[in-house]
Design a protein around this ligand. Sequence first.
Ligand SMILES: Cc1cc2nc3c(=O)[nH]c(=O)nc-3n(C[C@H](O)[C@H](O)[C@H](O)COP(=O)(O)OP(=O)(O)OC[C@H]3O[C@@H](n4cnc5c(N)ncnc54)[C@H](O)[C@@H]3O)c2cc1C
Length: 414
Amino acid sequence: MNQELNKIIVIGGGAAGMMAAITAARKGNQVVLLEKNEKLGKKLYITGKGRCNLTNACDMDELFRNVVTNPKFMYGSFYSYNNFDTMDFFEEIGLKTKIERGNRVFPESDKSSDVLGVLLKELKRQNVDIRYESEVTEILIKDNSFYGIKLNGNNEIITGVKVIIATGGLSYPSTGSNGDGFRFAKSMGHSVTKLFPSLVPMNVEELNLVKELQGLSLKNIHIGITSKNKEIYSDFGELLFTHFGVSGPVILSASSYCIPYMDNKDLILLIDLKPALSKEQLDARILRDFDEFSNKQYKNALDQLLPRKLIQVIIALSNIDPEKKVNLITREERSRLVDLLKGFKFHITRLRDYNEAVITKGGIQVKEINPSTMESKLVSNVFFAGEVLDVDALTGGFNLQIAWSTAYAAGNAV
Ligand SMILES: Cc1cc2nc3c(=O)[nH]c(=O)nc-3n(C[C@H](O)[C@H](O)[C@H](O)COP(=O)(O)OP(=O)(O)OC[C@H]3O[C@@H](n4cnc5c(N)ncnc54)[C@H](O)[C@@H]3O)c2cc1C
């Protein structure tokens, strides 16, 4: 049995675990960081399509607006460690960053490996004892207070004064996050809210249509999602058709709001392909095109209006004879076309699973956690940070900011 006393133990070497370990070590603590994988930050490495959108350079209001679940819980930790503190931190440890469209912050090199590289260097500089292939299987509690953890099921015990649990959620389980933290929390009497894959693509009923459109990305479209004829989400953005349905930034964000309605089985996605034009303006625009191509057949007259892949699909759905000369198309037929372009309709059947979800919605009930320190209100000397908590946000660097801020709060408090 390996006894190590007076140590801060951090479980999970993801974004939150690394930040918590660095922060705790900078305060003069002895820190051991336990990661079950053979390397740190497997998920961080794949973030932002390998570029790592590490935070968002927006103002405080915007930061809170992008937190979908439990924004109030984030008050303490965002105010003591915000997105600009994150940027300063990374600059200070040697990472140059840049700000892109939508205030998204990336490493100047466009390489998530550089984010990992500077974190690893800083962990070493702070003498954090990093143990790879060290899977924690049990948290040991005595007299309602933490005293140690059990490793790898081989009865090796590491004792310590405090523990920070930063084991992540359930999404992309191949990166190591398989829900251990939820199990640990429950074993200590914490409640875990219902868990769902979120920021995730969607399946639609109209499989034949999406298969034809597969690979097509539509920028600057507007989507509306309704349930029982009530709009539950609406936004502008980029959408991608896949072989099973729809994906892309605007769909991932929408998924976060669809979760409570999935049981209703009546979710409808309406895509406005021409959001900058009113129906009247769009009709006038189509008329101009039809004037220009007056001797062409309908099937050859939409080239200026739509991307090539969409043309065949829209022609088929508009119920207008493709061979018809455009100067013979009636006002009603044009009106049908306008309605279709302003309301391209799909029935959402389900959300994809954890293997494709950017985050897990749900987690450890935040009422049971001190929002300034991330300490458990139920068991002494146990802290939580990152995705294991019931807090989640939209895409744009906000989920990593939640990880950095909660980890800083925990690392600072231990
Ligand atoms: C494809 C993808 C792209 C993303 N892109 C972005 C982005 O660009 N910007 C953004 O803000 N967010 C992004 N996210 C979300 C972001 O990655 C997460 O919110 C963030 O990684 C959560 O950090 P975490 O440290 O809480 O958990 P994780 O990063 O999941 O880390 C948890 C760690 O704990 C370890 N662990 C688990 N159980 C144990 C155990 N029992 N013992 C020891 N170790 C254990 C795991 O192996 C893992 O290394 C993306 C997510 C995905 C899946």
